[in-house]
Design a protein around this ligand. Structure first.
Ligand code: G3I
Length: 386
């Protein structure tokens, strides 16, 4: 190579570097997705469908759509992929609400998670599934129904959906045992159902990350739930069940009156780290699937409440983001306006829960700043072999 060639090559590389840096500089760095991306992760949120003219956490609200586009690069349907939403009968599917959500998300460049191929909890089964007559060969009929569901959904969306909560909440938090359902009674036990679901999902969607999703958490009184999930994960490994990751829902909360959320977090940290060390020690990756903060134990006044929520969230996320095995981080909605918390556990003082990054008028709160700092400060995500 002549001196002139070398000089041209260096000049060209410098120009390329300058352009790349400029592009990187142009991209806003104060977004949650940029903070996550700086450590190899994606940030996202649940989103919803709403009937024309209604306003329910849907992309149909331009202000909310803009907020999703600003901060998120992965989305998950809050309700519209559940059996209750897409399978009104054993022989019928209804994708009329989820299809437009997939279309909008993919058209706008979002990645998608699928929630959930099986919520292994009778309370959330459609009525027909709880009362289904599985006939003379119940195990065969139950497997047929389950396989038809998983095959239909995964084949309909193909590579548009990159990660599935294959099974959601199969562990009873009060006992640590597995919940029984009409499917488990037909197939000979919940472990049989769960293994079947994961094996069918792996065959139907070999590209996808397969997740067991649950709400075991770090709060007091959750030890049995954590232990039950660890047992289930160990059993999956012993049986060779194709499970890639644990979905840590992360509906964290301050339930007892406190004015020092940071001190509460400090007390909870050791046991939570011990749990996460066991999970990752078995080779599972981690996904934060449904993050929000329940603020019942904090004062009603907004400033101290928002500070407590932000301090608690920052401490929790700092722990989670210290694991290179942690991949995607998703909130369960970006605005208090649409949060499930409003209806699920209304505060006794009647004020609206403030567990999402943005308030009811889509104004950023201290929680968003805490999330931004934690995402930017996390360890680099480990490169995933699959
Ligand atoms: O869509 C119907 C509507 O047609 C009907 O008029 C209305 C009144 O009955 O109900 C609407 O469905 C509701 C649905 O949310 C959509 O708003 C269901 O009744 C209601 O039960 C459902 O609640 C959801 C809940 O899961 C149960 O599916 C919450 O929004 C959702 O945030 C919550 O999310 C769960 C995750 O899936 C799993 N992890 C825990 C998390 C919080 O509970």
């Amino acid at each position: 190579m002549t001196m002139i060639d070398r000089r041209n090559l260096l000049a060209g590389s410098a120009a390329l570097l300058a352009a790349t840096t400029a592009r990187a500089a142009d991209a806003p760095t104060d977004t949650l997705k940029a903070a996550a991306a700086s450590k190899g992760r994606r940030f996202g949120s649940a989103f919803a469908w709403s009937p024309p003219g209604a306003d329910a956490g849907s992309f149909a609200n331009p202000a909310y759509a803009a907020l999703l586009k600003r901060d998120c690069d992965v989305l998950v349907p809050e309700n519209q992929m559940k059996w209750q939403a897409i399978r009104p009968a054993a022989d019928r599917f209804d994708f009329s609400r989820f299809d437009p959500m997939v279309e909008w998300a993919t058209t706008n460049g979002f990645a998608l998670r699928g929630h959930t191929l099986l919520w292994a909890y009778s309370k959330w089964f459609p009525a027909w599934l709880n009362n289904h007559d599985f006939g003379q060969r119940p195990a065969v009929e139950a497997a047929r129904i389950l396989d038809q569901h998983i095959d239909t959904v995964t084949k309909r969306y193909g590579r548009k959906i990159e990660s599935y909560d294959v099974v959601n909440e199969a562990v009873d938090p009060d006992t640590g045992g597995l919940r029984e359902t009409s499917l488990s009674r037909a197939m000979g036990g919940t472990a049989v159902v769960l293994d079947h679901a994961f094996r069918t999902a792996r065959a139907a969607a070999p590209h996808a990350e397969l997740v067991y999703n649950d709400y075991m958490s770090w709060e007091d009184g959750n030890a049995k739930h954590r232990a039950g999930v660890l047992t289930l994960l160990e059993e999956f490994r012993r049986r060779g069940t194709p499970v890639d990751a644990l979905g840590v829902q992360s509906h964290i909360g301050l339930f007892k009156p406190t004015t020092d959320a940071g001190a509460v977090a400090k007390r909870l940290e050791p046991e939570w780290r011990a749990f996460l060390d066991r999970v990752t020690g078995m080779g599972y990756r981690l996904v934060i699937t449904e993050f929000d903060v329940r603020d019942k134990g904090l004062p009603a006044t907004i400033a101290p409440r928002d500070k407590g929520v932000a301090d608690f969230a920052r401490a929790y996320l700092n722990i989670m983001l210290s694991y290179p095995q942690l991949g995607d981080v998703l909130a369960w909605g970006m605005s208090d306006r649409y949060s499930w918390l409003r209806g699920f556990e209304p505060r006794t003082d009647g004020v609206i829960a403030r567990g999402c990054p943005y308030d009811v008028d889509f104004r950023a709160k201290p929680l968003r700043g805490a999330m931004l700092a934690a995402l930017a400060g996390g360890v680099q995500r480990a490169v995933v072999a699959r």
